[in-house]
Design a protein around this ligand. Structure first.
Ligand SMILES: Cc1cc2nc3c(=O)[nH]c(=O)nc-3n(C[C@H](O)[C@H](O)[C@H](O)COP(=O)(O)O)c2cc1C
Length: 399
């Protein structure tokens, strides 16, 4: 329908123009416990906030009359060609946010010729996702103490057609996630009358949840699906081992035999050690600030890691990436690509698979526009020459 010069669009097309818009819409749709699960960081959340803040501390240089027609956003990470340098990071329990969960991520990533990394804690089994995803998909492994269990997951991932293994190493113990603990979303899930009311206040979410029932960690659920969320989360918690070491990583690399990235590195010495073990890539990450509160924001750690191992291995980064500007800064600082965690969950909460794809679309468009205005033809050209430190500029403004 048309009213004068205006095309009338449904309410569902209400302006979702950037990641913040998706965040606000997701917050309105999700029950408070689920919102706390995805949004909160460890302790007071300072590292989650610092991650997002840090990207804005770099300014990008505007260049004019550069004759750029289109921006090429393609990149290669551990030999995998991606059309967009933004991957969907592994997220446990995505089905609690939206029933399509890990399948939505796989499909949205395929639409943009990038990758979704399937979590060990996925709510669809890795076989279900492997069958739906573009061949050679990426699987994230939580290394458990029991090598038999870890080995069986590695073998299952290989059999299901996954091509790249991402080993997450920053959870020897679970961070102090107050949001999860406050609402019974931790390793021993609970429900009180007060928390139940929080769910009741979101009937649309409840209806969807009653339909899809994707709440358990599917890779860990008992055969036949018995046990549900409590049992699978309990199994996950028991399986974690606090004393994992470099020997364990070396063993996992050998057992997998294919491409391996290590996720959760913040320290240049650890990055160098990982390269010694023979990994193909390092993901600079502090788990979205969900582990050690008060540690380095990833934008800062990235610089140390790239300076130490950037010529020997592919470096990827995540944490607080919320715009094309942030992606451009990360690439200019030396990352080959970035992961997003919460932003794709916002999209999932708002509009399922299409919502996740819309979030990727927003970042794609913002990255292209930013690079264009920086006078860059390909995002692979981005380097530290393209950046200016905001603090230095601020200091120069003082006289
Ligand atoms: C709700 C939630 C669940 C997560 N689950 C996992 C997981 O199962 N495995 C993992 O390696 N990282 C997990 N992460 C961390 C993300 O992969 C990623 O490192 C982080 O979210 C990036 O920060 P961002 O959310 O600010 O983009 C999770 C993050 C969130 C928010």
């Amino acid at each position: 329908m048309q009213i004068g010069p205006f095309a009338v669009v449904p309410r569902s097309r209400e302006a979702r123009l950037n990641v913040d818009d998706f965040r606000a819409a997701a917050r309105r749709r999700l029950p408070r416990p689920v919102w706390a699960y995805i949004e909160n960081g460890a302790d007071d959340g300072r590292t989650t906030a610092a991650n997002a803040d840090a990207w804005g501390r770099w300014l990008v240089r505007q260049r004019v009359l550069a004759g750029v027609h289109d921006v090429d956003t393609a990149t290669t990470v551990v030999g995998d060609d991606l059309a967009l340098p933004v991957l969907l990071g592994p997220v446990g329990l995505a089905g609690a946010v939206g029933g399509a969960g890990d399948l939505a991520a796989a499909e949205a990533a395929a639409r943009y010729s990038t990758r979704a990394i399937v979590s060990t804690g996925s709510t669809h089994t890795l076989e279900e996702v492997g069958a739906a995803a573009t061949p050679g998909a990426w699987f994230q492994l939580y290394p458990w103490g029991d090598r038999r269990l870890t080995g069986s997951l590695i073998d299952r991932a290989r059999a299901a057609g996954f091509g790249t293994l991402v080993v997450t190493v920053d959870v020897p113990v679970v961070g102090n996630r107050l949001g999860e603990r406050r609402y019974g979303m931790n390793s021993q899930p609970w429900l009180s009358p007060g928390v139940a009311l929080r769910y009741a206040g979101r009937p649309r979410w409840l209806l969807g949840a009653a339909r899809h029932r994707r709440f358990s960690l599917a890779n860990l659920a008992e055969p036949g699906g018995r046990g549900g969320i409590a049992e699978s989360v309990r199994r996950h918690a028991i399986a974690m081992r606090p004393d994992l070491s470099w020997d364990d990583l070396a063993w996992m690399r050998r057992r997998w035999g294919g491409r391996v990235l290590v996720k959760g590195v913040l320290d240049a010495d650890d990055a160098a050690r990982a390269v010694d073990v023979g990994v193909d890539g390092v993901i600079v990450s502090n788990h979205g600030g969900r582990q050690l509160a008060g540690t380095l924001p990833t934008a800062r750690a990235l610089i140390d890691v790239v300076d130490r191992v950037g010529t020997e291995t592919d470096v990827v980064v995540d944490g607080g990436i919320r715009s094309g500007h942030d992606v451009a800064v990360a690439l200019a600082l030396g990352a080959r690509a970035v992961l997003i965690g919460r932003p794709w969950l916002y999209g999932l909460a708002v509009a399922g698979t299409d919502g996740v794809a819309e979030v990727l679309g927003v970042l794609d468009a913002e990255l292209r526009r930013t690079a264009h205005l920086m006078g860059v033809r390909s995002v692979r050209e981005l380097s530290r020459e393209h950046l200016v430190c905001a603090a230095e500029v601020a200091a120069e403004l003082v006289w």
